[in-house]
Structure formats: structure tokens, C-alpha cells
Design a protein around this ligand. Structure first.
Ligand code: FE2
Length: 248
């Protein structure tokens, strides 16, 4: 019988629809960009990732002609240093390295010369542009990346201020074969209110292929803890994310 006095069930904790096991955007290699400054800081951050439940990290040092002229040799050399420290400490996590390429003349030149670039999972090329100024070479660079067999992945599409008033131009890049990686910290409003708004819209429009921490320092993983209880984070976890396809 229908009862007006049916006891209300107390809300249950929402279980995430999937757990992100692979982070594919971070700055954990010591002393080669604006992330971890030394091996102790690298290990500190890696331990925090383990505590958050990550099983694999594909770390992505900046490659930028003006500031960080990192080469595959420098990056892979540092990776070996970190791997040795992880083994020495007996930490249970896999680590690989790729790069976050800044879209500048240096990158265009490498693409035009078919120089080997570091990729995530053997095919995804993570790149970023200026946060403030639109890059006139963007579509040309995307064309070159695809012609070379890479799948371009735009880091934190929600953070480029020049796209704030041009959302349609931003998502047009998906039609051009670009995949989007959202920074989890954007969901808390850590970068700006506007970035948060764009992040939420991209999730609603199912425009995101990867979630990343873009961890440079412990504060970014503190933001992860704040983000993981947000409804928007749970909405993002319902998307067809590619993070876990990067597990071996
Ligand atoms: Fe980054």
C-alpha cells in the first residue's frame, strides 16, 4: 500500500563509474622544467599519485624553445634516474615519459623535418599553445602532426583565454582530428572561473578524451582531492576516456 510516510532513504556515496588508473600529463622528472626540482620532490609526488590510486604515470616535461630545450635523450635519461629511485624505494607504480610540446617554430621545424617526437602510448602527441595569443600555425601544425601519423592531443583546452569567447572555434579542432585533455584541477575553479565554465561545457558536450592532473607540485594533487567529490568530475568519468587504454 502506498504510504505517505515512507521513510526517505539517506543518500549513498556515489561510486565512480570508472577509476582513472593512468595519468598522462604531469611534470615529475627532476630539474628539467617547472615541475619537480629534484629527485626527492619527484618521489614525493609519485607517492601521492600511488595514494590516489594511480597505477601508471606517463609524465610529460615541457619542450619549449624559449625556456625548456628538452630533447628525447634528456627526458629519457631523467626517466631512468626516476625509475631507479622508484625501484630502490620499492614503489608499486609504472612510469613512462613523453613530452608536452609547446606549439612554436621549434615544434613546426621538428615536424617538417620528421624528427622523432616523444608520444604517449606510441601515437598521442601532447601539445599546448600560448594561453593568451592565438597561434596562426595551429591548423598547419595539426595537419603536420596527422600527416606524420600522430594523434594530436591538446593539453587543457579549457585554459586558453583567446578561446573563451570562441567556444565553437575550440571544438572545431575535434573535427580536425584533435583530441582534448582536460585538467582535473580546472573543475574546482583553480585556474579561473572561466576555465571552470569551459571545462564543464566540454564535459557536457562529451568533447573530452583524456583527464590529466598536469601535476607540477603537491598543490595540484590537493586540487584533485577537491575535484573528485564534484558532480562534474563524476560526469567526466562517464565519458569514453582513453586514459585506461594506456595501461599495458
Ligand atoms: Fe603541463
Amino acid at each position: 500500500m502506498f504510504s505517505f510516510f515512507k521513510k526517505k532513504e539517506s543518500p549513498k556515496a556515489v561510486e565512480p563509474i570508472q577509476k582513472i588508473k593512468v595519468d598522462m600529463h604531469s611534470h615529475l622528472l627532476p630539474g628539467i622544467d617547472d615541475g619537480a626540482g629534484n629527485i626527492e620532490q619527484s618521489l614525493f609526488l609519485i607517492r601521492r599519485f600511488i595514494d590516489l590510486g594511480y597505477k601508471k604515470l606517463i609524465t610529460t616535461p615541457h619542450v619549449m624553445s624559449d625556456f625548456y630545450r628538452n630533447t628525447p635523450e634528456i627526458i629519457l635519461g631523467k626517466l631512468e634516474e626516476v625509475r631507479a629511485a622508484i625501484n630502490a624505494e620499492g614503489l608499486d607504480i609504472q612510469i613512462e615519459a613523453a613530452a608536452e610540446y609547446y606549439l612554436d617554430e621549434f615544434l613546426i621545424e621538428k615536424l617538417e623535418n620528421n624528427e622523432p617526437l616523444l608520444t604517449i602510448g606510441g601515437k598521442y602527441l601532447l601539445f599546448e599553445t600560448s594561453f593568451i595569443n592565438p597561434c596562426s600555425q595551429l591548423l598547419h601544425a595539426v595537419f603536420l602532426m596527422r600527416s606524420s601519423g600522430y594523434i594530436p592531443v591538446l593539453a587543457h583546452p579549457e585554459r586558453y583565454t583567446y578561446y573563451f569567447p570562441k567556444y565553437n572555434d575550440l571544438v572545431y579542432l575535434i573535427d580536425k582530428g584533435v583530441k582534448f585533455q582536460l585538467n582535473i584541477s580546472s573543475l574546482t575553479g583553480y585556474y579561473s572561473k572561466q576555465s571552470k565554465k569551459i571545462a564543464e561545457k566540454l564535459i557536457k558536450d562529451k568533447a573530452i578524451s583524456f583527464l590529466g592532473t598536469d601535476c607540477h607540485a603537491p598543490k595540484h594533487l590537493d586540487q584533485f582531492k577537491k575535484a573528485e567529490i564534484l558532480p562534474t568530475f563524476h560526469e567526466a568519468l562517464k565519458l569514453d576516456l582513453l586514459n585506461n587504454s594506456l595501461l599495458d
